[in-house]
Design a protein around this ligand. Sequence first.
Ligand code: SF4
Length: 207
Amino acid sequence: MSPTPGFLAYRIKHLTKVNAQRRALSQPLNRDPQTMSKGEVQYIPEAQMCGEPATCYNCPMFNYGRTCYLMGPDVKLRKFTYPPAATSDAKPIEYWPCCSAWRPGSPNMGAEKFADCILSVETLGPGWINAPKPGQKMGGANCGGKSGGDDCDHYMTDGDDKRIEPTAFCRVLQMDVENGAVCAAWRDDDWLDYNTGSALLAELENA
Ligand code: SF4
């Protein structure tokens, strides 16, 4: 894949603008949720995460590499890499799917199964999470980015590297949470929402 014509490839001098934009997008805003309980955000403690971040690939409702038991046959979910190969101005990033109904477990490796009552994309909010590097055994979401996960904007640490902090303050729950835990309120400013990720997936499949 060659550089896209008309697309500005960021250089070192652009980093201060990128950081400013990311800081704005990651700030507490009026639209942030009020203080929630662990039950309200379906908090899953680190001890139940099996040392892995949350993704469809370790969820029992995933029809492996294809679809979700809850969302039906029309919602295609699988990890992908974009751009598929390095260019002069960008490196490949691997994206792992997940949604707010995630539970730890083994995916369905057999024939696809679907619930009688299919839930919508709007209800479950699936999307894609970038991994620190391609080729990980598992990528996905957790509070502090431990075990190859992508950290949550609500996990507040004093230092720059959230991954080395075993616990930190969560501004949704208003209490300390574990680095390797996760919940349905997880958020990251570079999350790929369903429409964006689906379009990239279609582009890759039609290339
Ligand atoms: S840091 Fe994020 S993922 Fe972890 S409990 Fe708080 S909102 Fe949920």
